[in-house]
Design a protein around this ligand. Structure first.
Ligand SMILES: [Zn+2]
Length: 342
């Protein structure tokens, strides 16, 4: 099959469009003919060698995959050839205490497809039959591929971790990113007021169209002051962060007393200073979040059937241009998901 692989860690030039062996399936797996695969920042970290010991080499990235089933393992039930599917990005044991209670991503054997296994920058991918889900009828392959990882992450962060409720205000950093564009929609679905930030004026209108009540430019505006002004001095109940170092201090200053900060990533770096006095006096909660459970993915997908949540596809590249697609992501030129068409 044709695939985009890297044999060494490094820049986008390490991505090679080449022939690779067809994946072989085990009895509990299905082979999926990939039709589309969306990019995630994870792909860039993997290529750069972050936690390199976890990455099988040569490596095929791609965690957000849609396609058609082309082969079914002998023990797989409920799936058949030619079914239109998307793939739940996390693999876990399914029986431990964490898996049994909906905390799949805390499972000791938890792995992300396309990061700790071979992924979807290829014509075919082998995945466990339990990870295959039907595509809501309304969605194209490109749209379906742009949903799983970011909407699962945003749902787990806002619903399960932060417990966002109607009437609360949430500050969403970098709403133009995949996870940011998902967060704005999930927060509106929950009945919250959304203050979103973007990094360029060209993204402002798009963030508004997604449902943001207010959009701020994090390069030109003083975010904590603006959040205070827009909330009549109350500030945000929840801060949705995936940026890390660059936003940390401003997040603290943007939160109301008893506010909750929920973080799922550190695209700007992972070091931050915490003044503990500030945490206990203000009674802040600082929460980590990593992917989410299969049940949460099923729940969030149900909102795509009636259009209450919508995939945000920024652009579509042919598979062979995966390096160009990653460069676009690294420059933050996108709004929503960048998708490879296979
Ligand atoms: Zn488990």
């Amino acid at each position: 099959m044709r695939a985009v692989r890297f044999h060494k860690f490094g820049g986008p030039e390490k991505l090679q469009f080449e022939e690779a062996p067809n994946p072989k399936i085990g009895p509990t797996e299905v082979l999926v003919k990939v039709r589309a695969c969306a990019l995630n920042h994870l792909d860039i970290w993997a290529r750069g060698g972050t936690r390199s010991e976890r990455i099988p080499m040569p490596h095929i990235s791609g965690s957000d995959i849609s396609g058609e089933i082309s082969e079914v393992g002998s023990l797989v039930i409920r799936h058949s050839i030619a079914e239109r599917v998307l793939i739940a990005p996390g693999i876990s044991c399914g029986i431990c205490d964490y898996c049994s209670s909906g905390w799949d991503s805390l499972c000791e054997s938890y792995r992300i497809i396309g990061y700790e296994t071979q992924g979807g920058y290829a014509e075919y991918v082998a995945v466990p039959g339990t990870n295959v889900l039907p595509i809501p009828d309304k969605l194209s392959f490109e749209q379906a591929a742009s949903v799983p990882l970011v909407f699962l992450t945003a749902w787990h962060m806002l619903v399960t971790r932060a417990g966002l409720v109607p009437g609360e205000t949430v500050l969403v950093w970098a709403a133009g990113s995949g996870v940011g564009s998902a967060a704005v929609q999930v927060a509106k679905l929950l009945g919250a007021k959304v203050i979103a930030t973007v990094g360029s004026e060209s993204k402002r209108e798009k963030a508004q169209k997604l449902g943001s009540d207010f959009v701020l430019n994090h390069h030109t505006q003083d975010i904590p002051n603006e959040v205070k002004r827009l909330t009549n001095g109350r500030k945000a109940n929840v801060v949705f962060d995936h940026v890390g170092e660059a936003t940390w201090e401003k997040s603290m200053k943007s939160m109301t007393p008893a506010g909750r900060l929920v973080n799922c990533g550190v695209t700007s770096g992972g070091r931050a200073q915490i003044d503990i006095r500030y945490i206990f006096v203000k009674q802040f909660s600082l929460m980590g979040s990593y992917m989410g459970g299969r049940g949460e993915l099923l729940k969030v997908l149900s909102f795509f059937e009636d259009g209450m949540l919508k995939p945000v596809v920024d652009s579509v590249f042919p598979l062979m241009d995966a390096a160009k697609a990653q460069e676009k992501m690294e420059k933050s030129e996108h709004f929503g998901k960048i998708v490879l068409k296979v």
